[in-house]
Design a protein around this ligand. Structure first.
Ligand code: 2BA
Length: 105
């Protein structure tokens, strides 16, 4: 069994979660914050059989598009200047972990 951690854009979170549950996957959604942009995103926890990991990756890529987002940064304290640059965020960043044990009691 595998546990997939997938970090997705906040705008894609609901659609990708619906698509996964429609196909019978069990999903837990966490509200998380990216360390670089300090903006909200969604982290999905999906426990599944090894053979279904590829299907999950397909669904993630279908529903999670990449987006340009402004990365506001405070300039030095003396000028208080805001310097902005754009970064490409997503579609989805995922990790596939081996699960030693899975149970419900
Ligand atoms: P954030 O940390 O807010 O990062 C947003 C975007 O900013 C990233 O998009 C990337 O384009 C850029 N970025 C992040 N850290 C950077 C850095 N140290 N220097 C330059 N640019 C940087 P994505 O790579 O698509 O990541 C989207 C979100 O996925 C991240 O939000 C973070 O929450 C998560 N993430 C991505 N890679 C991760 C990793 N290796 N470990 C843990 N979380 C990760």
């Amino acid at each position: 069994m595998k546990l997939i951690l997938a970090i997705v854009n906040i705008d894609d979170g609901a659609n990708v979660t619906s698509a996964l549950t429609r196909e019978g996957f069990f999903v837990t959604t966490l509200s998380t914050t990216g360390g670089f942009l300090m903006a909200g995103n969604r982290t999905l926890l999906i426990g599944t059989d090894d053979g279904k990991v590829d299907r999950i990756k397909e669904i993630l890529s279908m529903y999670c598009s990449s987006k340009l987002q402004k990365a506001p940064r405070l300039g030095d304290a003396a000028s208080l200047e805001n310097i902005s640059e754009e970064v490409t965020v997503g579609g989805a960043t995922y990790f596939v972990l081996d699960v030693n044990e899975f149970g419900k009691v």
